[in-house]
Design a protein around this ligand. Structure first.
Ligand code: BGC
Ligand code: BGC
Length: 849
């Protein structure tokens, strides 16, 4: 049986924003024990020995020696901190000698979503000037600014947005990636920014993961064939004069490693697998990225076999830096260091010692992190050697990228050149990628390509909705809250169709709800997933839930109108009913700003000939049911409705027979109580504690004394059928039942369900106690149980029940539950729990209407 521990997740609970009273915690012995046993003696030699595409340059190394010899510990640590533009000023960057800044998804100069190119460059100039100011006697080191240009320069209004990686994968055209990278780099340089956090090299194995679309393929060979070319597109080809020439930027391979291999596709979860699987599947993209000279690698939020990557010395240092020859620097991911055992947001020497070179420290607490890291460097907790190595790597990248000689961003070639943003030549390449990314699943009776000269109805909420076709990481982080006017110069799917149809005397009518003014010859329905990004995009099964879209397709069909469905999606989803209802069905992924690429393929040319044929093929297996079984090339292939590599073209005439409409999902009715703990934690849960020191522990023994909290197996009716939980009051600590898989409790919710447990209070709470349900980072809710515990008669058993509705109202997604029960307090408390369950029709002690 697979391990069920969810190391690193409880810490998210305590450090996570969703829950009040944030403190910190983590997991101790479980990780360490496994490390020793599992790969403590692992040989990095099982990994290939690689050489970076960019060789070391003795002149650069000598220059680094000189710089290091003149830098104070404070200046060195400053280089290792990356602050976020919302929480740092140029003046602070000067005072702290910061090495880097970033703008997170949806962060703009002056907090202005519509910031102009000049605004971006002005901010870059201000930070640059601050970093070069030596008035305090420090050494001038240009700051490096990083941004998530993950499908084009997606934080900037008017930029060219490419299809997300899943669409690029479908083009099966690695060479095109050089151009995609080069266009992105050009637009990024125009805003004065030096560095992009791309490409994502995740090999997504479970499509429930909300970042599936950031992955080129479930197949490592595609990812490998793309990654190096994308890196070369961004940075320029090593050994050529393209390398770090104007209009090139520094690239990042992320998120190292196995972000796409977490159990059940849980974002930031745990990749439980052998080292061989890590190498054969999840590392392949890194091999070609390193050989192409990628200069930075971002550590993953996730864990490998329970140990967080941000603190993983074996993988970061022994494997990545030593064996794989990576001599650039490792950057953290969005305060990800806080999830390492024993760390907090503001202190994590463990990460530095493991090989993290630059902390991504986006919130205002970066100053405390800086101060603590300085102190740790001075005390020797971080050795001088490690400190110098980290800074050497950062300086090496800055020197290689030419930042020392480039001058202020506004003075660089092409800087502030607005004409580069969304340039026609860039859009033309993006349009080509759209054309090549489309995958034709069904084309009965050869309905496609359509004649331009007809009357075409274009319906569906994706028809004229650029935000929807762009997906997550588009202007805003989750890609939500955008209007078409936020994408000047972009073309919607309808826009592209309308233009082509008008050119041949046809008529395209837009009617989102399908209510036309004149009966069309054919209807095109554009529908699918709304935008999402990390965490929020995780789902519990593969069902496409859009009943209204199906009804729309069926209604048009019932009127005798042939229907072409264009499905916008970030991952394969079960859409058999929608496919059956349509005559033709095309997966268009999340195509980005150049919607006209769709019309290029589905419409004939002006002479009635095929204009562009379909080229796209699935690089993800398409599911035959909504069940979340893992389906990949070489893994459960029989459960693929459309196999890896599938994709029709106009040369084939295939009549697709009706597909099964059994989703495979069973509604949980919530009639029987669901036991969570009944003498022992029931599968899939395990009892886990996050102590005051942010150490996470899976409780496996009968007595566990941790920092500020202890757990003991005690008897109520039979031997050791209950757990005594004692908080000392030294700080925030959590105990609860957690799993690495999700449980759907909606049946209980709809059935007046409650969380029910028996409890005996031997020491009343000294401060607030919350009962919580957890469904992932930033997902969950807590309910106070302080009063009921206080009113309990000491030493006597009683039953407490909390209406699930309270937790649902508080934001817990009941179909996605990872922990149905945890207790958190910073105060002292001595309570024993017995028989924890979820029940329906329960009369709740705590309810909320
Ligand atoms: C994401 C990264 C991203 C970073 C900076 C993180 O939450 O995981 O992919 O580069 O934020 O925005
Ligand atoms: C930021 C993203 C980041 C995310 C991680 C957001 O607020 O804008 O860039 O990846 O937080 O939690």
């Amino acid at each position: 049986m697979k391990k069920r521990i969810l190391l690193g997740v409880i810490s998210a609970l305590v450090a996570g924003a969703v829950l009040s009273g944030c403190g910190e915690q983590k997991l101790t012995e479980a990780g360490a024990a496994k490390t020793g046993g599992k790969y403590g003696d692992a040989q990095a030699a099982v990994w290939p020995s690689l050489t970076s595409g960019i060789p070391k340059d003795p002149a650069i190394e000598a220059r680094i020696d000189d710089l290091l010899s003149r830098m104070s510990v404070e200046e060195k640590v400053g280089q290792m901190i990356q602050a976020e533009i919302k929480n740092v000023t140029p003046e602070e960057a000067r005072a702290y000698h910061l090495g880097s800044i970033l703008n997170g998804g949806g962060a703009f100069p002056n907090n202005d979503k519509h910031a102009s190119v000049a605004d971006w460059v002005a901010l870059a100039d201000a930070f640059y000037a601050a970093s070069m100011d030596t008035s305090d006697g420090g050494v001038a080191i240009p700051i490096i600014w990083g941004t998530d240009a993950v499908h084009g320069h997606n934080n900037v209004i008017g930029a060219t947005l490419f299809p997300h990686n899943i669409g690029l994968g479908a083009t099966q055209n690695p060479e095109l990636m050089r151009q995609v990278g080069a266009v992105t780099a050009a637009e990024v340089s125009a805003t004065g920014i030096d560095w992009v956090f791309a490409p994502t090299l995740a090999v997504t194995r479970d499509d429930r993961w909300g970042r599936s679309y950031e992955s080129y393929s479930e197949d490592p060979q595609i990812v490998r064939s793309y990654s190096g070319r994308l890196v070369e597109g961004l940075q320029g080809r090593p050994g050529s004069d393209e390398l770090f020439a104007p209009k090139r930027v520094v690239s990042t391979a992320k998120h190292f490693i196995a972000d796409g291999g977490t159990e059940n596709g849980i974002d930031r979860g745990d990749a439980i697998m052998s080292e061989a699987e890590l190498i054969e599947i999840h590392a392949q993209g890194y091999f070609s990225a390193i050989e192409s000279g990628v200069q930075t690698v971002m550590a993953s939020f996730s864990s490998w076999n329970g140990e967080k990557l941000h603190g993983h010395k074996y993988l970061l240092t022994d494997v990545l830096k030593e064996r794989l020859g990576f001599d650039g620097f490792v950057v953290g991911d969005w305060a990800g260091h806080q999830f390492v055992n024993g760390c907090s947001n503001v202190s994590c020497p463990q990460a530095v010692n493991a090989g993290l070179d630059m902390f991504m420290a986006p919130d205002p607490s970066w100053k405390t992190l800086y101060a603590n890291t300085v102190a740790q460097a001075k005390s020797g907790e971080i050795s001088a050697q490690r400190l110098n190595d980290a800074v050497r790597r950062i300086l090496r990248v800055k020197l290689r990228a030419g930042l020392f000689d480039a001058g202020a961003p506004s003075t660089r070639a092409y800087a502030a050149d607005e004409s580069l943003i969304g340039a026609p030549a860039h859009r033309a390449i993006a349009r080509q990628t759209v054309r090549e990314s489309l995958v034709l699943l069904k084309n009965n009776d050869g309905l496609l390509p359509l004649q331009r000269s007809q009357r075409i109805l274009v319906a569906g909420d994706g028809a004229d909705n650029i935000g929807k076709q762009a997906g997550g990481w588009s202007i805003t982080w989750q890609g939500t809250g955008n209007e078409n006017s936020d994408f000047p110069g972009a073309t919607s799917i309808f826009g592209g169709i309308a233009e082509a149809v008008a050119s041949a005397g046809g008529v395209a009518e837009l009617a989102v709800d399908g209510h036309y003014t004149e009966k069309p010859d054919v209807a095109i329905v554009v529908f699918g997933e709304d935008p999402y990004a990390e965490m929020q995009g995780d789902v519990s099964n593969l069902d496409y839930p859009g009943d209204a879209d199906l009804a729309l397709i069926q209604r048009l069909k019932a009127q005798g109108i042939p229907v072409v469905s264009l499905f916008i999606t970030g991952r394969p989803l079960w859409v058999n009913p929608e496919i059956n209802a349509s005559d033709a069905f095309v997966v268009i992924w999340q195509p980005g700003t150049e919607g006209a690429g769709v019309a290029d393929v589905i419409l004939r040319d002006g002479k009635g000939e095929v204009n562009h044929d379909f080229k796209g093929q699935l690089t993800f297996s398409w599911p035959d049911s909504a069940l979340p079984t893992v389906r990949n090339r070489g893994e459960n292939e029989a459960l693929a409705q459309f196999k890896y590599g599938y994709g029709l073209d106009y040369g084939q005439s295939v009549q697709l027979a009706a597909l099964s409409e059994e989703s495979g999902l069973e509604l949980s009715h919530g009639n029987e109580a669901l036991a969570v703990f009944n003498g022992r934690a029931l599968d899939p849960w395990s009892l886990q504690v996050t102590d005051v020191g942010n150490n996470q522990t899976v409780i496996a023994s009968s007595v566990s004394k941790l920092q500020g909290i202890s757990v003991q197996s005690v008897d109520r009716n039979v031997q050791e059928d209950s757990r005594r939980l004692q908080w000392t009051g030294e700080g925030n600590a959590v105990a609860g039942f957690f799993a690495n898989s999700r449980t759907d409790l909606t049946g209980y919710l709809e059935n007046q369900g409650a969380l029910v447990f028996d409890v005996k209070v031997d020491g009343a709470p000294s401060s607030a106690v919350n009962l919580g349900v957890f469904c992932g980072q930033d997902c969950g809710a807590e309910q106070s149980i302080t009063d009921v515990l206080n009113s309990a008669t000491p030493g006597e058993w009683r039953t407490i029940s909390v209406d699930l509705q309270c937790l649902a109202n508080g934001g817990a997604k009941m179909d996605m539950v990872l922990s149905p029960f945890y207790v958190r307090t910073a105060g002292a408390l001595d309570m024993t729990v017995h028989n924890v369950r979820v029940a329906s029709q329960a009369s709740a002690d705590i309810h909320c209407g």
